[in-house]
Design a protein around this ligand. Structure first.
Ligand SMILES: Nc1nc2c(ncn2[C@@H]2O[C@H](COP(=O)(O)OP(=O)(O)OP(=O)(O)O)[C@@H](O)[C@H]2O)c(=O)[nH]1
Length: 308
């Protein structure tokens, strides 16, 4: 798919901000505003985006029309969201944000000079304008993330895989970096289901996915490709490196302690590995990993096969 060119892209957030009279030039001095004016403007402005980072950037910029700041830090660990704007400074005012009991993150204002009582009251009043937009942005972030994840194994799904693979192929080409894939499949998974039940089969799938994530540096690169099939994207990794990772994964799965009523179940995986060739497409790289996996299965399973 060809990404839209810059000239065909309309930034609706920016367009709406412009209509509202917020031109967004970072270099122009900020026009001072009263608390009432600023609260009104923030309530309009922060509604223009569902992107938490953008909302916090806007908030940081606009708040300074009333209270000068050097930095704003925000974090919401369970959303994996961490933001540091401006330059660190010794004095700080920190807030734990929540709305109707729902935790929305920690926000810290920082400054070289101490904050006065009046400034703290103003900041707290302005923070109230942030809560709804921030809550909506966090909900949107959750929705986006769940659209890209496989709920059973908490790995990326096929949609995420297609996007990441394309991106990684483009990056590898541009930066002349190696890129490898490991396509892997649990051996005789049908008989695990048949002999121990589908629920236990699900537990095995989850355990294998967790093992893969535990063994890898970048857990965001593990995707559920199909029923009992996973894809691992190894950016910056050549053929030899990928073979080492593949064997490490294979041994880790063999050591899994999967039990059914106290009885050990043998679990193993077969893997196919391919490394990006000059000028090769993502589809071709994927196809070669899949073919190599087929060879690993044919040659007896519980093994790694390298694409030619
Ligand atoms: N429990 C469970 N089983 C699944 C899931 N998705 C697919 N399966 C099962 O996975 C099995 C895959 O079986 P096959 O494709 O025959 O492969 P296999 O038995 O692993 O044999 P080889 O791959 O040749 O070693 C099928 O029985 C599917 O029903 C799932 O989400 N949960």
């Amino acid at each position: 798919m060809v990404p839209p060119s810059q000239s065909n892209t309309i930034d609706f957030d920016a367009a709406k901000l412009q209509r509202l009279g917020f031109t967004g030039s970072r270099n122009l001095p900020l026009k001072p505003a009263s608390l009432v004016e600023l609260r009104h403007q923030l309530s309009l402005q922060l509604q223009t985006s569902l992107d938490a980072e953008r909302i916090l950037n806007l908030f940081f910029r606009e708040v300074q029309r009333l209270v000068p700041l050097d930095a704003l830090a925000f974090q919401h660990p369970s959303h994996d969201l961490r933001l540091e704007l401006g330059e660190r400074a010794p004095h700080s005012a920190g807030y734990r944000l929540s709305h109707e009991g729902e935790y929305l993150g920690e926000l810290i204002f920082r400054r070289k000079q101490r904050f006065s009582e009046e400034e703290l009251i103003q900041l707290e009043s302005l923070l109230a304008s942030l809560l709804f937009p921030l809550r909506n942005a966090l909900l949107y972030r959750t929705a986006l993330q769940s659209a890209l994840r496989d709920p059973l194994t908490d790995t990326g799904n096929r949609i995420a895989m297609d996007q990441v693979l394309q991106r990684e192929v483009d990056l590898a080409r541009r930066n002349l970096q190696p890129l490898s894939l490991l396509m892997l499949d649990i051996d005789h998974f049908k008989s695990i289901n048949d002999n121990h039940g589908h629920a236990l089969g699900d537990e095995v799938l989850k355990a294998v996915a967790q093992t893969l994530k535990n063994q890898l540096r970048n857990i965001d690169m593990v995707f559920r490709y199909g029923g009992e099939e996973f894809l691992v994207i190894l950016s910056g990794t050549n053929r030899e490196g990928a073979a080492l990772v593949g064997e490490r994964l294979r041994f880790a799965v063999m050591e899994l302690q999967c039990l059914d009523a106290g009885r050990h179940i043998d679990v193993s995986i077969s893997l196919g590995c391919s490394s990006l060739l000059p000028g090769e497409s993502g589809e071709s790289l994927l196809r070669r990993a899949d073919n190599a996996l087929f060879v690993a299965k044919r040659e007896g399973r519980n093994r790694l096969s390298m694409a030619g």
